[in-house]
Design a protein around this ligand. Sequence first.
Ligand code: FE2
Length: 256
Amino acid sequence: MGIATSTLNLAQSKLHVAAPYLIEQTWADYTPEQHAIWAELVTRRMPQLREHACREYLDGFHQIGLREDKLPNLTEVSALLQPRTGWQSTPVSGFLPADAFFEMLAARMFPTTTWLRSRDSMEYTPEPDIFHDVFGHVPMHAHPVFANFLESYGKICAGLMARPDALERMGRLFWFTVEFGLIRQDGEIKVYGSGLISSHGECTRVLAGGCEVKDFDLDAVLNQEFQTSEMQPVLYAVESFDQIYEATKEAEKRLR
Ligand SMILES: [Fe+2]
């Protein structure tokens, strides 16, 4: 109890609106079957990702100590991540309201669900689980520019809470970068968005040319509507992660 409880208390003391959603991850409670599901999910994704994920994702995967055979212990992940970029993978009880979500991003704490999908929904879950959140998102947080971008995004959105129209547009920026972003590296399209990293079906479809890939353009992204529950008809490729960091700062100016 000691270490975990003090970690939770420390996190709670840094947050206001998000504090009630923080929980402890009781890692010892995961069953062998759950570790086996995690292993199956990761083993299924890695061959494609070794070839088609951006290099920052693959570096991050190892830097934060993710393993193919065991569910991640978030305290251990954060202990490796925090010295690199100041980010933590912080356990939460489930879906967060927008203000709590942005508050956590602004504090470099990524709200992380601890539940794992069951065997009958290996391909898709409507709400994020630990596979989507940790395998899909957290490796990118080890990259300094992406880390700065995501904190900056959280701070900007936290300041726009009274502006639903502006928040909707910022939501599109998140969707087409953090969730479904593509990047050009070594003359090829590589994936970094968590929705592509964690979904074999959607990633395979995108890599096979089943969706239109446009060059990232801030205005186009801010105006591009999307459906969360459907395959994406159009996605955007950046040239570098500096581009989304700069675009986020530019978006703040435009939406002010
Ligand atoms: Fe996500």
